[in-house]
Design a protein around this ligand. Structure first.
Ligand SMILES: C=C(O[C@@H]1C=C(C(=O)O)C=C[C@H]1O)C(=O)O
Length: 98
């Protein structure tokens, strides 16, 4: 059928967009982890606890607010940020081993 080619093209265009956005997301997450590690290094020198629940709660609330503007559910943003936070804490803790 002649219409299968344009359908493929449309999907290819959007998938290319998704691939680009995914690259940006990963790049930004990497940058975020670098910032967390810089904070982790400061904490290590000044004997400050890695996990800061009040700060994380603020970060989470900000993300939920921004997420809502983008049509993202609170549940999704919460799950996502709990994972991001866990990785951030893991990377800060890892600094102590070196
Ligand atoms: C990066 C920090 O360390 C931890 C990680 C956080 C984060 O990833 O946003 C927030 C609070 C801390 O539990 C920080 O204290 O700011």
């Amino acid at each position: 059928q002649g219409n299968t080619v344009p359908v493929q093209d449309t999907m290819t265009v959007y998938r290319k967009k998704i691939d680009e956005l995914d690259k940006e997301i990963i790049h930004l997450l990497g940058e975020r982890m670098q910032a967390a590690k810089a904070i982790g290094a400061y904490k290590m020198t000044h004997k400050v606890a890695v996990v800061q629940p009040d700060r994380f709660n603020k970060v989470l609330q900000q993300a939920i607010t921004e997420g809502k503007k983008e049509g993202l559910s609170e549940t999704f943003v919460k799950r996502l940020y709990e994972d991001v936070h866990a990785e951030s804490v893991r990377q800060e803790e890892e600094l102590k081993q070196h």
